[in-house]
Design a binder for this molecule. Structure first.
Ligand code: ZN
Ligand code: ZN
Length: 249
């Protein structure tokens, strides 16, 4: 059954693009966005700075919150399992990540977007074969008009191009301009977001990855996962660059 999504990523990238990309890196070698030195590779982050990023070593498999030791889930997910099956968010939202992500959200530096897409793509690639399509968290049209940029959508389009996955954008709507989530606890965030998303597409049987820049409490991903499951999806997981640690976790 055809799905009404934008199949906008070249699965088989024409060789001329590969050649142009190689030429680009040959003419303009990689420059590390963090230490300001040559990166020594075709990526604008050097290997040492990449290794120093706040990678999460042990996490809740459902919501990716950092945990002190391996467990089937964090206390919150065990008490109230989320609608999504798992979360892949490889870095903690702290240190260098907490300075890079806000710069990216302000629309600074296209190189920063390529780096964030590359870091996440490398970590989710093993799971990509099990995913049929990506659904970025949409902004309300008013917010989108103000900002002119939806970072979750840009991230999903970059991942889709890297991993050869289609991205569903227009049929996924944020129907309410929810008030800012800052300062709200998890329960208040859930109430604030209830019914905020609508998916006007038949996703019967699809395995979907919801894409967001940062997972803070998981309430946004939960609300969108519920809407995606209502549209018929069989399984939803969440992909994000970073996860905010819980103070007590
Ligand atoms: Zn560096
Ligand atoms: Zn959890």
């Amino acid at each position: 059954m055809p799905l009404p999504y934008n199949r906008c990523q070249p699965n088989n990238e024409p060789s001329v693009y590969k050649w142009l990309r190689a030429l680009h890196w040959w003419l303009l070698p990689g420059h590390c966005l963090l230490c300001d030195l040559g990166s020594g590779r075709d990526f604008d982050l050097c290997a040492l700075c990449e290794a120093d990023l706040p990678w999460i070593q042990v996490a809740c498999p459902r919501c990716a919150v950092p945990l002190p030791s391996p467990a089937p889930g964090c206390a919150r997910c065990l008490r109230r399992p989320p609608a999504f099956a798992c979360t892949r968010a490889p870095m903690a939202y702290q240190g260098a990540v907490a300075s890079l992500v806000p710069r990216w959200k302000k629309g600074e530096l296209p190189a920063l977007q390529r780096v964030l897409v590359g870091l996440l793509a490398a970590r989710v690639a093993p799971a990509a074969a099990e995913v049929d399509l990506l659904v970025p968290v949409p902004l309300h049209r008013r917010r989108r008009a103000q900002r002119g940029f939806n970072q979750a959508q840009e991230l999903a389009l970059g991942l889709g191009a890297e991993l050869g996955l289609p991205v569903l954008t227009r049929p996924v709507l944020r129907t309410r301009d929810t008030r800012s989530q800052q300062g709200l606890n998890a329960a208040a965030r859930r109430r604030n977001l209830r019914g905020a998303f609508r998916v006007d597409a038949d996703l019967s049987g699809c395995h979907v990855a919801v894409v967001d820049d940062v997972v803070t409490t998981g309430a946004t991903a939960e609300a969108l996962a519920v809407a995606v499951l209502r549209a018929g999806a069989q399984r939803v997981e969440v992909w994000a660059v970073a996860r905010t640690p819980r103070p007590q976790a």
